[in-house]
Design a protein around this ligand. Structure first.
Ligand SMILES: [Zn+2]
Length: 453
């Protein structure tokens, strides 16, 4: 009965269309209204929590809660609060490619279908369900627990998370640790590993998109110049494709491999356990696997190409976009320098495209399976997923938590749900769906976690 109500509330959350229409800007009243609608939904659906917690609506893009602890952190005696992050916006859909209504929250064969069922209304609702249940039991955390939910994570969190982080800083509130969305409990990702792997994303790669532009005199395609902009750009891209950022084993990734080694056998286990010793040989062995190689170096993805709008018109400008994911120690500036050096051509203009951010390093203790929040996170995982192995991990995608990095001693990026490679690929994909079992597991995890704080 209780579970049915939880599923019902989750379906309501999925039905609120919080995708951001392509081309809409801040101030778009319709899009912002649905973000506000989602904030109102939370207040209605979780009355006990809303009676207990303080609520701060900063904008359609941000709602913050303080769940007051009995041993509040505002004095010097108490422990610093924990901060739980989530976002309620979702990415747009290509409706015709779905077999279910993307905003219908239809339940079929034990799965709830809909945009945001994995990323990440499941998590946000799981957080609220956990808090509501504990409030219903009269539970009060020892320390303050803060929740900060953003409405534009999928568009870099500029109005949500960024502003919210400033708000906290302005109030002089900082945290012991932060939990945000992240890697799941990975199932069937590694040959020979039977246990689900709880991947704690303790570190995050940076994000940088670059515009590579070459200009030329526009004109009729019947009189093309001898050296064409497209050829100059193509040569630059070819040069980039022939180079690679150097491979490097950072402590987080070394920790991941050495834990993984304990779960595998034979040569594989030996190689993983001795990654540092094997050095270049290890890098060679892993280079063919995109998942592991992205943990070992800064990647370059060629994502967009543009020329003229007609087949018989010379373009005045040709453009390519590169998307880089930065591994320490590569900063935005250093990575731009690397690309310019690889291109080695003054005719190619290299400029930052959109919002960029550098890598977010880990708390060094987290790579050693300890440090702020580790114990509580570990206990919560084991209480719900007793067979799981916990591994430190590097997030290769970005999260809202990067905007809060200066406010805490450590960040966890973790989704308490079991996903195999097929299910993982549904995130941002067609027919995104979550199993009812996974949905229930998330609620149990947050209930256990908050209950220990
Ligand atoms: Zn997300």
């Amino acid at each position: 009965m209780e579970q049915n109500e939880q599923i019902e509330r989750f379906c309501k959350a999925v039905r609120i269309k919080t995708d951001w229409p392509v081309g809409a800007l801040k101030g778009d009243t319709e899009a912002e209204a649905s973000l506000k609608h989602f904030q109102d939904f939370l207040a209605e659906a979780y009355p006990l929590f809303h009676r207990t917690a303080e609520r701060f609506v900063l904008s359609p893009y941000s709602v913050v809660y303080r769940w007051p602890g009995s041993n509040s952190s505002h004095g010097s005696s108490g422990e610093k609060p924990a901060l739980i992050l989530a976002h309620y916006d979702v990415v747009p859909v290509e409706k015709e490619k779905w077999t279910a209504d993307p905003f219908g929250a239809e339940i079929k064969d034990g799965f709830v279908y809909g945009r945001g069922t994995l990323d990440m209304k499941n998590i946000l609702v799981g957080i609220m369900e956990g808090a509501e249940a504990l409030c219903g039991q009269g539970f009060r955390p020892q320390r303050d627990i803060w929740f900060a939910f953003g409405g534009d994570e999928e568009r870099a969190g500029v109005f949500g998370a960024m502003e919210t982080a400033k708000w906290f800083a302005g109030k002089n509130i900082s945290f012991s640790w932060i939990l945000d969305e992240g890697s799941p409990l990975a199932v069937d990702f590694f040959k020979g590993v039977t246990r689900p792997l709880a991947l704690f994303g303790i570190e995050e790669k940076g994000f940088l998109s670059l515009d590579l532009t070459v200009t030329q005199k526009p004109g009729h395609a019947s009189n093309p110049p001898q050296v064409q902009a497209a050829a100059v750009l193509a040569r630059a891209l070819l040069r980039i494709s022939r180079t690679s950022f150097p491979y490097r084993l950072i402590p987080t990734v070394e920790g991941f491999f050495s834990q993984l080694a304990k779960l595998t056998g034979g040569v594989q286990s030996f190689a993983l356990a001795h990654a540092r010793l094997l050095g270049p040989l290890f890098f060679k062995l892993t280079a063919g696997n995109p998942m592991t190689s992205s943990m070992l170096h800064t990647t370059i993805a060629m994502t967009q190409l543009a020329g003229s709008s007609a087949d018989n018109v010379m373009p005045s400008e040709v453009r390519a976009v590169l998307n880089l994911r930065l591994l320490q120690p590569w900063t935005v500036e250093k990575a731009i320098g690397f690309i310019k050096k690889a291109v080695k051509d003054e005719r190619v203009d290299v400029k930052v495209h959109g919002h960029s951010s550098g890598p977010v390093p880990a708390n060094p203790d987290h790579a050693k399976l300890r440090g702020p929040g580790w114990q509580e996170m570990e206990a919560a995982v084991h209480s719900v997923f007793p067979d799981a192995a916990i591994l430190p991990f590097i997030m290769t995608a970005t999260t809202d938590s990067r905007h809060y990095q200066h406010l805490a001693k450590g960040i966890f990026r973790f989704n308490p749900l079991k996903l195999n490679p097929v299910e993982l690929s549904l995130i941002h994909g067609h027919d995104e769906r979550i199993s009812l079992e996974n949905f229930a597991g998330g609620i149990k995890f947050y209930t256990a976690l908050f209950g220990s704080l």
